[in-house]
Structures are given as structure tokens and as C-alpha cells.
Design a protein around this ligand. Sequence first.
Ligand code: PEP
Ligand code: MG
Length: 551
Amino acid sequence: MILIQGKGVSKGVTKGKLYFFQRPDTTIEKKAAADLEAEKARLADAQAKAMDQLTALAEKCRAEAGDESAVLFETHAMFVEDDDYVETIMDTLEEEQCNAEYAVKAAGEQFAAMFAAMDDAYMQARAADIGDVTQRILNNLMGVAEGGIDSDEPVILAADDLAPSETLQLDKSKILGFITMGGSGNSHTAILARTMGIPAICGAGEALKESYQGRLAYIDGETGKLILDPDELTLAALKDKYEKQMEHKRLLETMKGQEDVTLDGRKMMLYCNIGSPEDVDAVITNDGQGIGLFRSEFLYLAASDYPSEDEQFEAYRKVAAAMNGKRVVIRTLDIGADKQVDYFEMKKEENPAMGVRAIRICLNRPEVFRTQLRALYRASAYGKVAIMFPMITSVWEVRECKRACQKVMAELEAEGIPYNKDTEIGIMIETPSSVFVADALAKEVDFFSVGTNDLTQYTLACDRQANDLGKFFDPHHPAVLRALKMATDAAHAAGIWIGICGELGADISLLPTFLAIGIDELSVSPTSVLPLRAEIRKSIAKTCTLEKLEC
Ligand code: PEP
Ligand code: MG
């Protein structure tokens, strides 16, 4: 039996084959072609495969987000077949008598440089498209699977760590669970696993060896254990736990349709966090009463250029309409720090978590902000949309955001485009500064939502991505809980509601503290809704105390 101990970050027991995430190899060397005709045939196959993939992607996008988002993949398909591009690849093959990979890479670089040198900004941006197309053909040549998983059956996905943009592109139907060498409970792989309701382990370290590829593994996302070749006793314990998990799931089903209210009548709004429109199904299945955090950056991370207003509008409209009048809080762009997007061409920073990220980018780039706000206000005509700004530290930032909203509303008014002028505006409380000035901020907005992932990071000066901070990274720290109380008191004094949308909101052991503090809403991964509802319905709010705020 082999036991690998990591940190459990998403509960559940499951078994499946271990599969190591495939990252495209970017080091392509020039080799002499042993058989030039064979290289040409490989190239033709890779191009044909790229055409099939792009046609399928365009169809999927058209169905999910409308015509405009499909255009990107249609443009990519045109590049694959572009006469000049193909001729350049063939010329290199003939002249250099080399491998297809090298010829494709050389042509891709040549075309990307040509586009980048053009005067027109639109044409310059096409350099990223040609880069994407080239990488797609290269992946096909090298047998790198799309979605990172080349397997017919679902697997337990293993990786060193996964970047947010990588998790977005994964084929989710093929994943039973995650295990990563690095990462932490707040990393995006962990958040994704909780949204999907599948087990995940992070921080497994070097013990997770690639030589285990393909072996049957058992993972327990609660204890953080991965086991290969379990002995009889361990196997029996795992089976038992699996059965109990199934039984618990059946019991939770009875919570569907029940009110989120304590025994003494205190109501709690139980909302969900989502990362893309695809996640709405999970919200509805788990009976979430709204969406408390829609991380809009998926649109930016998955693209190779700025998503257009129409593309964004379609995605927001779809979620708002699907939620059928229930509140949908959409957070404006929150990139920077661990979420890097190449086409934003951000300067490299020493401390990106404290650099130009989130609302700072939006306020520095009014055009990017305006496009998103227009899409959000247009979507507000199709459901109960609320807009939320991340990483707020100062009152002036909120006022500037509100001015941008006013401007956009005036534009839509003048253009005769429908929108909801009473769209709620809220901010995230995720910096200590926002807690200290919460009284002033509360007078500016309709609601607060506490991002405890970042609030813990900034309050305790502990990197949320690092997995070796151990006991120093403590979201239960009285400083974090007191910050919650200060923000709640300020919100209630101004007559606005306050929720928690960070991962701490799903921590059942803190529910009595949240009730004592007076939190109005918890926004959690969809699979946490029913367990929390069961707990809320057993609680008595007036007996809950603030003891955890003591040092
Ligand atoms: C948070 O910081 O708690 C939060 C919800 O935002 P994100 O995890 O996307 O930074
Ligand atoms: Mg945050």
C-alpha cells in the first residue's frame, strides 16, 4: 500500500485512475525529417483535427453565449486554412527538410511578429490568435489532449498545480477528483473542486510521482489521503466512508425546498458562488436561493483577447435569466495576482497580490471597465442583477465606480437600450482598509460581501497561495472574525445587508459565530448549500455567542 498525505480541501471519497495533467511542451527543437512525406501527412492530420476542434468549439459557444463568441473560433479556423500561413509552413518543411513541429512553430512566430508590428491595434491583437492557432496545431502534432485529459474514462487529475486559466479549459466531465503537489485550500483548483462537489487534495508534494500515472487510486478529500493498492482494512474503511457519504447525500436531498431559517426565526440568505454560466445548473440542483458571487473573470481568462460587450452580455443575461428573478451578484473583473491574462500586458510586479489588480485595473483602464458595465446593465433587464466591485480600499474608488455606472446608464438611456436603473451596487470587503472605513463605505452602496480569502491574506499577512504557512494561515483568527463583526456593524448601522462570499462562509463550525455577528447572507459553493441549510435549521440564533472573537 502506498499512502500520500496532503491537505484535504474538498470533501468526498472516490476512486479512479490517476492521470497527470498534460501541459503543452513549448520547447520544440529542429530535427531532420527521416521521411518528409510522413511529416507532411502528420501535418495534414493535425490541421484537420484543429479544424474539427474549432468547428465544435464554435458550435458550443454559439449555443451557450451567442453568435459573437463563436466568431473567435471561426476566425481561428480561417487561420488554420489561410493560404499564406500554410504555404509558409510547407516552404519551411521543403527547404529545411525538418520535422512538422518546427515548421509550424517557425511559421507561427513569423506571422505573430508580422501582426504585432502592424500599426492598427486590431491587427496587432491578431498576433495572440495566430499564437493560439499555432499552439493548437502543435498540440495535435505532439498528441497533447485538448482539455488536458486524454482518457476515455473519468480520472483523478494530478498536477503540480493548476493555473486559473488551465482549470477553465479542463474537460470537467472527465474529472472524479483532484490532487496537486502545491496549492492551498484557497487556490482555484480547490474552489473549482468544491463547486463541482468532488474530492480534492492539495500540497501532496514530491510524494506524488508521475510514475503512478494510470494506477487505480483512492482519494479522501476530508483526510487529504491518496492511497494506491490499499490493504484490506483500509479498503473496507474507504468503502464504509463512501457508503456513509451516499447516505448523507440522500438525507440532504430532504433539505431541498426548505427555508433557510433558524429555529427562532432568524433568516439567512443561502446563495452560491459560480465561476462560469455552466455552474448555474449546480446552483439550481442544490437549491441555492441566489448567486452571491459570479466571478466574471472566466470570460477574460478563457479568451485570447478582450471579450466584447455582446459576448459578456450574453453570458450575464444567460445566468440572470436562468435564476428566474433570484438575485445574481456579478463581480466586475478581478484579475492580477494569481490570475494573469497575457493580452492585458500588465507590467511584471514584485508583489502582484498587492499590485495593480481587480478594481485598480478597471479604474486605470476606463474603456475595459465601461465595456463590462454596459454588458452588466444590459443584462440587468433580464433578471435581478447586482453589481459588485472587488478589492476596494477607499471611498473615492467606490465613488469613481458609481460615476462610471451613471455614465453607462445615461448612454443606454440615450440609445434606448433597456436596463434596470435600480440595479444594486455592492462592494467586496477584502482589505483591512475597507473594514476600517466600512462606516463611510456603507453609506455609498447597497450591500457588502466579505471576501474572506483575501481578507485573511491581507489581515494576517499570509499568502493565500502558499501551502507551507501552516498554523500561521488561520481564517478563524480573532482578527479576521473581528473584522467581520466591524464590517457587519457598519453595514447594519447604514441599513444595508452583508454577506460572506469567501470560502469561510461554508465553514459549518463558524455558523454560530456568523449568526452571533449578524451576517445576513452566505454565498458558498453549490454543494455546500444543503449541509448549511440543515445546520441553520437546527440552530438557535439568540443562543449563539461571540466567544470565537476572544483572543
Ligand atoms: C475572496 O477573496 O474571498 C473572494 C471571494 O474572492 P477571490 O477568491 O476570487 O479572490
Ligand atoms: Mg478576493
